[in-house]
Design a protein around this ligand. Structure first.
Ligand code: 5AD
Ligand code: SF4
Length: 483
């Protein structure tokens, strides 16, 4: 693993290892950048500061930990403030407003850079995989120093080094890759829980979704690498892991020795020290009986399944290219509830997909009331250039979408609240995550089913599992007490 490598031993008078020798080439560049940072530190008489801001999903959050790991090795001190020597935005492009947020923040960064011309600004992540975005930044945001994408994130140290000496904006975007580079440094946000990538990319091409275009084709990490990483995390004190992939249920299909996601879970279950296993995201079309059986008998897999519905109308689901229909989703949800009654099912729903009629929308509302999701993320359909849905006719007028969105949200929240109350009075395990943000005499943690619990406590409890009586449910969270 990474921390077994001594950067001081790298001979920087030599030229870098060739591009087919990764991660050694990146270690070389980290060492080079570190030399530069040490010089800067001497010049300024203080440590250099960097700020990593993450937009979007868990996948991006994990990528940001990799960026932070490299920055820390270079010698930067992390800060939440953007008044720093180096600022990097790891962007998302799943909906238009994700992009708008980044453009808005860039104006602010420009102001900061005017005050501190030595400041460096980098952009990476999903949004940068869109050629129109990069064009716009090259034209209108010329103060940005470095742009790279999702496929070459592992090259960050090398790109950073190049940008130090380039004297112009450095842009390096790859369309796709089959490459997975292991053993790069990583700086975890939490000591006790961690995301673990099990696969990258997506092959599903849901017609509204930009992800397959910006994250490329599906590729799985080898089970050996995954297990090695989780064992290392467990040794470092991590008790909860979240296995990450756009569609974890198709894990392992393209491996030399194919392996199912359920088989991978069984191997992960054996790892000592890991108490809780979560995963994200499951595509309903690929969720197997084998997986339900493995979850059912597992002591560690959390009673929480995120199962995006997207729409309850079979006609819309077909236009979305989801490859299941309303009946199949309902059957699947019923099977899960029957087999594992305490499983929380959460979902994502899009309102206002092109051609969605009032009748289609009512079917979504009907599925919501039948499945009774413990929680649901609701989204207004956002047109993403380049996706098949963007070219579809019958885009739904804004007022109609807004009205449906409000109705759906009301229903989703009412059901979530009713479902949350179910555990009142029960004793459950809580993983304590942080000091309560409103009241420092309390701590906040989560149940296996992902519900939030606040209970009296102190910092010594963070990262530990506690048996807690759920005394009172207040809307979406519980007030508890350790037993
Ligand atoms: N518009 C609105 N929501 C979208 N999602 C993905 N693409 C779009 C889009 N174009 C939602 C889906 C997905 C979640 C991560 O984001 O519901 O499950
Ligand atoms: Fe956003 Fe999708 Fe990229 Fe995650 S994978 S950051 S949701 S565009």
């Amino acid at each position: 693993m990474y921390n077994e490598i001594d950067l001081h031993k790298i001979d920087l008078t030599q030229s870098p290892p060739s591009v087919d020798r990764e991660p050694e080439r990146q270690y070389y560049y980290i060492a080079k950048c570190r030399q530069w940072a040490a010089g800067k530190e001497q010049e300024t008489g203080r440590k250099l500061k960097c700020c990593t801001k993450t937009f979007g999903c868990q996948m991006n959050a994990r990528d940001s930990e990799k960026l932070s790991g490299i920055l820390k090795q270079i010698g930067f001190e992390m800060t939440q403030e953007e008044e720093a020597d180096f600022v990097i935005y790891n962007t998302c492009t799943v909906r238009e407003n994700a992009n708008l947020k980044v453009y808005g923040r860039l104006g602010y960064l420009n102001g900061l850079k005017k005050k501190n011309p030595d400041m460096k600004i980098a952009l990476c992540g999903c949004m940068m995989q869109e050629p129109e975005v990069v064009e716009k930044i090259q034209k209108s945001y010329r103060f940005v120093d470095l742009i790279f994408g999702t496929h070459n994130l592992y090259k960050f140290a090398e790109l950073f080094y190049t940008s130090l000496h380039a004297g112009r904006m450095v842009v390096d975007i790859w369309k796709d890759t089959g490459k997975i580079v292991e053993n790069l440094p990583c700086e975890r946000k939490y000591g006790f829980k961690s995301g673990v990538n099990i696969m990258f990319g997506c092959n599903n091409f849901c017609s509204y979704c930009i992800v397959p275009y910006v994250r490329g084709r599906e590729r799985s990490r080898s089970p050996q690498e995954i297990i090695k990483e989780i064992k290392k995390l467990a040794a470092d004190g991590v008790v909860e892991i979240m296995l990450l992939g756009q569609n974890v249920n198709s894990y392992g299909k393209q491996l030399e020795k194919p392996m199912s996601f359920a088989q991978l879970l069984q191997e992960v279950e054996q790892i000592e020290g890991i108490e809780r296993i979560r995963f994200m995201t499951s595509h309903p079309k690929d969720l197997s009986d084998e997986l339900i059986a493995v979850m059912k008998q597992s002591k560690k897999i959390c009673r929480h399944l995120h199962l995006p519905l997207q729409s309850g109308s079979s006609a819309i689901l077909q236009k979305m290219n989801r490859r299941y229909d309303k009946e199949k989703y309902l059957e699947l949800a019923a099977k899960i509830r029957r087999e594992i009654p305490d499983m929380a099912i959460t979902t994502d729903i899009i309102v206002g997909f092109p051609g969605e009629t009032e009748e289609d929308f009512r079917e979504t509302m009907q599925v919501v009331s039948k499945v009774r999701f413990e929680s649901a993320f609701t989204f207004i359909y956002s047109k993403r250039t380049g996706t098949p849905a963007a070219a579809m006719e019958n885009q739904v007028p804004d007022e109609v979408v807004k009205d449906r969105f409000d109705r759906l949200l009301t229903q989703v929240q009412r059901i979530a609240q009713e479902e949350a109350g179910k555990l009142e009075g029960a004793v459950q395990e809580v993983l304590v995550e942080e000091i309560n943000r409103q009241n420092s005499a309390f701590v906040t943690g989560r149940l296996g089913n992902n519900s939030v619990v606040h209970l009296p406590g102190d910092a010594s409890m963070i990262g530990t599992l506690r048996k807690v009586r759920l005394k009172e449910c207040r809307g979406f969270y519980y007030i508890g007490e350790e037993v």
